[in-house]
Design a protein around this ligand. Structure first.
Ligand SMILES: [Zn+2]
Length: 153
């Protein structure tokens, strides 16, 4: 795991090259760190972001038109719209369970949101530690702060 705190002032602006308003109000630190992969949950679906390209990890949700989100996307707005429309066709109970299973947390150190992975936890002093994939900061499970899954990071 390499440290993710190198600050780069390059914006992944393949969509439009215009003003900073295109960054949709995202926190600056999310956009400054674009040299790795980000994994986060969006409404229960697991999204991988690498070099400003998005990929939806295998969708296990009945009714969801999986083909509509197959492949790699560089337009987060388009992908988000496709997911929203796919979710509207999905089984609501399954969706709810999926969202409970795929949740985001905030790193207490670098504040980056990431997908919470129970199997990645390390037992320590009677508790469980979660390691931030970006800055390697370790936090006890019961001190984690949950982050919304309604943002596209
Ligand atoms: Zn961190």
């Amino acid at each position: 795991m390499r440290p993710g705190y190198q600050v780069k002032t390059h914006f992944p602006g393949t969509r439009k090259r215009s003003s900073s308003q295109d960054r949709e109000g995202m926190p600056e630190h999310v956009w400054n760190r674009n040299d790795g992969t980000m994994t986060f949950a969006y409404k229960g679906l697991v999204i991988e972001k690498r070099n400003a390209l998005y990929r939806v990890r295998d969708v296990k949700l009945s009714g969801f038109p999986v083909q509509s989100v197959a492949g790699v996307f560089n337009d987060s707005r388009l992908l988000r719209a496709l997911i929203d429309s796919g979710i509207a066709q999905s089984c609501p109970e399954r969706l709810e369970r999926l969202r409970e299973g795929n949740r985001n947390v905030h790193c207490g150190n670098c504040l980056t949101p990431f997908l919470f992975r129970r199997e990645g936890m390390i037992e320590h002093l009677g508790g469980f530690l979660v390691t931030c994939p970006y800055c390697a900061h370790e936090e006890f499970e019961d001190r984690l702060r949950w982050a919304t899954d309604e943002n596209f990071y």
